[in-house]
Design a protein around this ligand. Structure first.
Ligand SMILES: Cc1ncc(COP(=O)(O)O)c(C=O)c1O
Length: 410
């Protein structure tokens, strides 16, 4: 008789996991091979598709590298080095007026790892994460890694992509709802949520026993004199708020791969710390460099925000002048969602890279469909305004020319 073990052996095939199959490709990066092919043909590609700023990483960070005299590049503590944690604690105290203990701040390998830790700590496999769509596309990737389902509440361009009313959130509730994740200021919409909106979402979480993960990696990038309110500032939220943070955008240092997870919930912190121990340590070299930012004054952020606001204005004025293009003026971050006069923005994005060129140049955008869980966004693109103003003007000019040519094809 065949034993169960033998049966299992004979039926076993070398297949990937369901999770591996479900892992989505990044909508931001999936057109990269076409961009590479365009560059190989000698075409210059203006990248409006990815949030990689061209602004220099501050010299005080780069100079730290020259000071390094370690003979061994060691692991750091799983929590982060004491110096780095102190510099984060100093940042939250001086910039946000928040008194956080260093055991409420966990150093992570980018904000990305903080999102994954928070998802795993706060929900079980098969549970739901409620998010505002359009959303940062990698939330879908992290939810898939953690075995979670995403449930969107839709925000609309005509409302500046502000949150829908409470009854829409309530409709999204299921017995498996465990987490709400918001991104403030928002990638991909550039929306900065008001205190009232944040309090509504926090109250929704409080009443329904949901964790609120607030992704604030663009906290500094708010225009027209406004300010992004941190979920850590909201009253009576200590039990359920987890903040995701990052040095990538704040210091134009995406390659440093450093971020943090902040929570006053000791159990969440402890669970994330155990995950942090499992992955040993966040990058030690990066933490050594990062403490260099302590010498930066407030004018550093002010100057950068001024530059991004000017870029926002260049982009907004340029895009709204193209017939059939609609967008709301972004309030923060460095992205916008623009509606284009095309039926299929995915097809148009491919056209830009494979057929179109003007004087040897073209532009790359991210089709917005990947930022939605529903079928919306088919005629929208996400644009990142991370290029200098002259390049932005040219990129918008290329986009206008490409739309005319694309729509006049047979
Ligand atoms: C909204 C949002 N959250 C998190 C991240 C991840 O940041 P990090 O580079 O720190 O992993 C990004 C990166 O673009 C982002 O846009």
């Amino acid at each position: 008789m065949t034993s169960l073990h033998e049966l299992e052996q004979s039926e076993r095939t070398l297949t990937l996991s369901l999770r591996a199959h479900r892992m989505p490709a990044s909508p931001i990066r999936k057109l990269a091979p076409l961009a590479e092919a365009a560059k190989a043909r000698g075409t210059k590609v203006y990248h409006l598709n990815i949030g990689q700023p061209d602004i220099e990483t501050p010299a005080c960070m780069r100079d730290r590298l020259k000071m390094l005299d370690s003979k061994v590049l060691e692991y750091s503590p799983s929590t982060g080095t004491p110096e780095f944690l102190r510099s984060l604690e100093h940042y939250y105290r001086t910039r946000l007026g928040l008194d956080l203990a260093t055991n409420q701040i966990l150093a992570t390998t980018g904000g990305s790892e903080a999102i994954l830790f928070a998802f795993i700590a706060c929900a079980n496999e098969g549970d739901d994460v409620i998010l505002v769509e359009p959303f940062y596309a990698n939330y879908r990737a992290f939810a898939t890694m953690a075995g979670l389902n995403i449930v969107p509440v839709t925000s609309r361009g005509r409302d500046g992509f502000h949150t829908p009313p409470l009854h829409v959130w309530e409709r999204a509730l299921t017995p498996r709802s465990r987490i709400v994740i918001i991104c403030n200021p928002s990638n991909p919409t550039g929306t900065v949520y008001t205190r009232e909106e944040l309090e509504m979402v926090a109250e929704f979480c409080r009443r329904n026993n949901l964790f609120l993960i607030s992704d604030e990696v663009y906290r500094e990038f708010v225009y027209d004199g406004a300010r992004a309110i941190s979920a850590l500032e909201l009253a009576d939220t200590d039990d359920f708020v987890v903040v995701v943070d990052s040095l990538s955008k704040r210091y134009s240092a995406c390659g440093i791969r450093l971020g943090s997870l902040v929570t006053r919930n000791a159990e969440v912190y402890d669970a994330c710390l155990r995950m942090a121990q499992g992955r040993l340590s966040p990058p030690g070299l990066a933490q050594f460099i990062a403490v260099g930012v302590e010498s930066l004054g407030e004018e550093y952020t002010r100057d950068i925000v001024t530059e991004y606001q000017q870029r926002r204005d260049v982009l907004y004025e340029g895009l709204t002048a193209i017939p059939g293009v609609f967008l709301q003026k972004p309030e923060g971050a460095f992205y916008c969602i623009a509606k284009l006069p095309v039926e299929d923005a995915d097809d148009f994005a491919v056209y830009l890279l494979s057929e179109f060129e003007d004087e040897g140049e073209t532009v790359m955008v991210a089709p917005a469909s990947g930022f939605y869980a529903s079928a919306l966004g088919k005629n929208e693109v996400r644009i990142a305004y991370v290029l200098n103003q002259n390049h932005l003007r040219r990129a918008v000019d290329l986009l206008g020319k490409a739309l005319t040519r694309y729509n006049s094809r047979a």
